[in-house]
Ligand binder design. Structure first.
Ligand code: HEM
Length: 92
């Protein structure tokens, strides 16, 4: 991995690392905020970074995949933040 990619991957993981997701079980508002950022970053075309998708064709996010990710993230953000307000599992 080049130093540029390595730097970006580390910086990205500091901001959003799904491996740490269970840490947010007790902090649904942070989880919901991260999910809203996923939806926005993918909708705006900022994530995954274009240069990275060019270098790694298998990391390419098609427009169908982008739409799925965005819808999932937005739905999940609503579900997670409704858990906080009423303390119960939201119906889907
Ligand atoms: C589809 C895959 C990806 C998604 C959904 C995604 C999503 C996000 C989100 C939501 C943030 C903002 C987090 C926050 O502010 O709390 C972020 C930041 C960032 N991501 Fe990604 N990311 C993806 C792939 C990547 C890849 C492959 C790289 C590196 C090659 C990367 C590098 C970064 C960096 C450097 C930041 C920090 C930007 C800054 O603080 O200015 N991301 N990403």
């Amino acid at each position: 991995m080049s130093w540029l990619i390595q730097h970006d991957v580390m910086a990205g993981r500091r901001r959003l690392n799904f491996s740490d997701w269970t840490d947010y079980a007790s902090d649904p508002e942070t989880a919901a905020q991260k999910l809203r950022k996923v939806a926005k970053a993918v909708t705006d075309g900022n994530m995954a970074p274009r240069y990275y998708q060019m270098l790694r064709p298998r990391a390419r996010v098609t427009s169908e995949e982008g739409a799925l990710i965005t819808r999932w993230a937005a739905d999940e953000a609503r579900r997670v933040s409704s858990q906080q307000s009423d303390g119960k599992e939201a119906s889907r």
